[in-house]
Ligand binder design. Structure first.
Ligand code: 13P
Length: 253
């Protein structure tokens, strides 16, 4: 059985104090027996990462993650943060290739391939994002784009490395727009991604790789999306900034 994963991407929101407050609120709203089957990951801004990790230290099912990292472990890269530093802050996960980083910071598939190497070599788990902008979907070339993003970003990995990867499908047109992918659209793309993994690494690895959905997921649509056979969880932006909404999504697993 592959894992169910609910990850919060806080993006550039919350000061350090606000971050701690949000963690405490989220923990207080989670009933003692939750999350039953889900691994929950909170990805705050870098500046809050160590504090958030500390606040989650005694928790066995809620972990912290970073939103990005550099592809080198140290060096003259002013303003950047390495996977080793993220690990030292107590985090276990790193979001890679979010569409906002591809769009605003020109991250390429080649850089992401290097970042995946660094993250894995530190023993961290990459949450690798892929997804098509609206014009690509409208021109019906979204399968090709996804194939390119995943092939170039991840398929250089050895099978034992790839086994640690989580993939997040985030259609760009659904991010922060309130326009969620339909359950059928999400399932279709997740099934396609799993098919690509099967061709590259075989049935067993394809069956074990968590593929999570991101893009306007909220309490009202989470249950439907999460009930799709190839949707193994969610990567949640806006709704993760409200503890009550985020906890409702966790409960929908
Ligand atoms: P929203 O949930 O705000 O649409 O953001 C999704 C996202 O980008 C998560 O990484």
């Amino acid at each position: 059985m592959r894992k169910k994963i609910i990850a919060a991407n806080w993006k550039m929101n919350k000061t350090i104090n606000e971050s701690i407050h949000l963690v405490e609120e989220t923990l207080s709203l989670l009933p003692a027996d939750h999350p039953r089957d889900a691994v929950v990951i909170l990805c705050p801004p870098f500046i809050s990462l160590a504090k958030v990790s500390e606040a989650l230290q005694n928790n066995k099912k809620i972990f912290s993650g970073a939103q990005n990292c550099h592809w080198e472990n140290f060096g003259a890269y002013t303003g950047e943060i390495s996977a080793a530093m993220i690990k030292s802050a107590g985090a276990g996960y790193v979001i890679l290739g979010h569409s906002e980083r591809r769009q605003y910071f020109n991250e390429t598939n080649e850089q992401l391939a290097q970042k995946a190497n660094t993250v894995l070599s530190e023993g961290l788990i990459p949450i690798f994002c892929c997804g098509e902008p609206l014009n690509i979907r409208e021109s019906n070339t979204h399968f090709e784009l996804l194939q390119e993003q995943i092939t170039k970003g991840l398929f250089h990995l050895m099978e034992d490395e790839f086994r640690h990867v989580i993939i997040a499908y985030e259609p760009v047109w659904a991010i922060g727009t309130g326009k969620v992918a339909s359950e059928e659209q999400a399932q279709e793309m997740h099934e396609f991604i799993r098919h690509l993994i099967r061709k590259q690494y075989g049935e067993e690895v394809a069956g074990l790789t968590p593929i999570i959905y991101g893009g306007s997921m909220k309490p009202s649509n989470a249950r439907g999306l999460l009930s799709q056979p190839d949707v193994d969880g969610g990567l949640i932006g806006g709704a993760s900034l409200e503890a009550a909404d985020f906890v409702e999504i966790i409960k929908a697993v």
